[in-house]
Design a protein around this ligand. Sequence first.
Ligand code: IMP
Length: 186
Amino acid sequence: MSGRYDLKLLYSRDEIAATVRRLAGQISADYAGNDLLVIGVLKGAVVFMADLIREIDVPLEIDFIGLSSYGDGVTSCGKVKLTAYPTARIEGRHILVVEDIVDTGLCIEALLKFLAERRPASIKVCALMDKPARHQVPIDIAYSGFTVPDKFVVGYGLDFAQRYRHLPQIFTLEEAAGDGQAAADD
Ligand code: IMP
């Protein structure tokens, strides 16, 4: 993709909040009686994770893991690199990995391998969004928020060239028609 873009509203604040509550409810029920280690994938999952953990009512600790597979654009370079490591003990813990979006699945596959080698008691994935049409590897997403079309999305933590993470809604990035000044709906 190149040139100018328009942002088209995909999910409103209310739709996101309802989905976060639904996921947190499922997680709270499934982990009742257990402690959780919630590991967010930097940077995209930060906004989602902040909202999600405040709706979960089992005791939990948080940590982060950093991965990069994308440059400052919309195409994956196909390589996955760990850029930040969790500091919490992984061994013997119930781990919930919180991801913004599963696209090819290569990032989550790499970090699940990294975490599994540290012998957690269990490990599950919670992804706000999933693009099943783009998966290149099978990924078991225990808690999935929205199934999204094969489009690039931004906002609520997700970026395009490091922009738009702060937007409270989720938008698709559309090639602008005409002179196409980038503009946000809603
Ligand atoms: P995967 O390894 O291809 O599944 O890529 C997952 C990561 O790529 C996500 O955690 C995002 O950081 C980024 N990504 C994939 N699709 C999008 C998108 O539509 N918008 C913004 N970031 C995306």
